[in-house]
Ligand binder design. Structure first.
Ligand code: TPP
Ligand code: MG
Length: 327
């Protein structure tokens, strides 16, 4: 862990977000296995620290744009679990009336502005939101989450260039989990560290241990403060690993087993839990209560989803254009 340790409330807040993500992921996978819900699911297990630490530096007013794997980003930002589950389950009570599904969740009240399945597209969209905030003179910042593979897409380079030229209040957060679908990082990326690419766009580029909550928090905080102060964007590359296959059902045979075992042995959630207790920042009882409260929240979200109806077929034509189309 790095030198300056944040306040206890910040530290426990990060753990609460991480735990909500981990337990939620475990439940999603169990429910999928049971067949109670059917959906494409991209597990973020192993990547809990990154958005939990970033979100500790943001408010509801701040925006995030995320990707198909970004359920952890949304939960860390504070999206209510009931609304999230209902959308994942395609129910009318979901954030987008069940018409977006897991890959297109939007919840403006908590700043979750877009979830996209188009690799690389979170960055130009975050630029647009940041530009709007800049024009209106608001103090909001926009975070674009994306993967290592996305840093090889043209939109990444265009977005970084534009954000730098216009000094947009954006934080580009690359969650480098070492794989793009089934392709190992070095097979498809020209630089050892994605953050090196920031040099080409005249912005700070930082590579950080994305599984270290304190280091991640400090890095995010500096970038958020910079953006809020009108000093422009930062590229953060957070090194991490995903514990499961690319998508639910992928047996990850392309992954080196030794590599996977080594990362899983350093699971950031129990490690951080033990650290919080060892350093006197939290007690065993406090964390156990926090965990069981979250389990209850997830129970409620699941029940709410299973008891909610699917959208009516008339919804197909609604919310597509400004005025409902008649086909
Ligand atoms: C424009 C585009 N090209 C290709 C794909 C197919 N695709 C889906 S996920 C993915 C890998 C992305 O990897 P990365 O950016 O590292 O994110 P991760 O899944 O590891 O979080 C690809 C190539 C896509 N969805 N969009
Ligand atoms: Mg990746």
């Amino acid at each position: 862990m790095t030198a300056a340790i944040p306040d206890r409330d910040v530290l426990v807040g990060i753990y609460r977000r991480m735990t909500r993500i981990k337990q939620n992921d475990e439940r999603f996978r169990a429910v999928l296995k049971s067949g109670k819900l059917v959906m494409p699911y991209y597990s973020p297990r192993g990547q809990e620290v990154i958005p939990s630490a970033v979100s500790a530096c943001l408010s509801d007013e701040d925006y995030i744009c995320t990707i198909y794997r970004g359920v952890h980003d949304m939960i860390a930002k504070g999206i209510p679990l009931k609304d999230l589950w209902a959308e994942f389950g395609g129910r009318v009570t979901g954030t987008c009336k069940g018409k977006g599904g897991p890959m297109h969740v939007t919840h403006p009240a908590t700043g979750v502005m877009v979830t996209t399945g188009i690799v690389g597209s979170s960055m130009p969209i975050a630029n647009g939101l940041a530009l709007a905030a800049q024009i209106r003179g608001e103090k909001r910042v926009a975070v674009a989450y994306f993967g290592d593979g996305a840093s090889n897409i043209g939109a990444f380079h265009e977005a970084l260039n534009m954000a730098s030229v216009w000094k947009l209040p954006v934080i580009f957060v690359c969650q480098n989990n070492g794989y793009a679908e089934h392709t190992k990082y070095a097979y498809g990326t020209s630089v050892p560290n994605v953050a090196q690419r920031a040099v080409a766009y005249a912005m700070p580029g930082v590579t950080v241990d994305g599984n270290d909550p304190v280091a991640m928090y400090h890095t995010a905080r500096e970038a958020v403060e910079r953006a809020r102060a009108g000093q422009g964007p930062t590229l953060i590359e957070a090194k991490t690993f995903r514990f499961h296959g690319h998508v639910f059902g992928d047996a990850d045979a392309y992954m080196d087993k030794g590599e996977k075992d080594a990362w899983m042995a350093k699971d950031p959630v129990p490690l951080y839990r033990a650290w919080l207790i060892a350093t006197g920042n939290a007690s065993e009882e406090e964390l156990a209560t926090l965990e069981s409260d979250i389990e209850g929240e997830i129970d409620e979200a699941l029940e709410f989803t299973l008891n909610s109806p699917y959208p009516d077929v008339a919804e197909l034509k609604r919310d597509v254009f400004k005025d409902e189309v008649s086909v």
